[in-house]
Design a protein around this ligand. Structure first.
Ligand code: ZN
Length: 133
């Protein structure tokens, strides 16, 4: 795996949290994007070589809404950049990790993504992501 591509943070409201992170990071959010498949609105910030992704649920029963109900707002996932997502998914599956999706799926910010089940990674939700070419 390459660098940490981004860190995902679950928030109740992008309109409340984007200004907070703009002040914190001293940079403007460069993109907001809706990901229908995940039922989220996202906002991205560039921080050096990595990014921060804020996630707001579009659906009161969506994964981000349920996460916030259980654990409150905060760190949601760590995303690693990979060169070849299919081969990395196969490698991790062969190592015994549980993939939450069997095929790469469309993520925000022009990425193909796959999540690993946090039960195998000390409770940390890990995302693999590959830039679509
Ligand atoms: Zn992400």
């Amino acid at each position: 795996m390459n660098k940490i591509e981004h860190i995902g943070i679950a928030v109740k409201s992008l309109s409340a949290s984007v200004p907070l992170f703009e002040k914190l990071l001293n940079t403007r959010s460069y993109k907001t994007e809706t990901v229908e498949s995940e039922k989220v609105n996202t906002a991205f910030f560039q921080t050096g070589n990595s990014k921060i992704e804020l996630l707001e649920s579009l659906d009161p029963d969506g994964v981000i809404a349920r996460f916030i109900q259980k654990r409150g707002e905060g760190l949601h996932h760590i995303a690693f950049e990979v060169e070849d997502i299919e081969s990395e998914m196969k490698r991790l599956k062969d190592e015994g990790y549980t993939l939450l999706n069997e095929r790469p799926k469309q993520g925000a910010d022009n990425k193909l993504i796959c999540f690993l089940h946090p039960k195998d990674t000390n409770g940390v939700l890990v995302e693999l992501c590959m830039e679509k070419k």
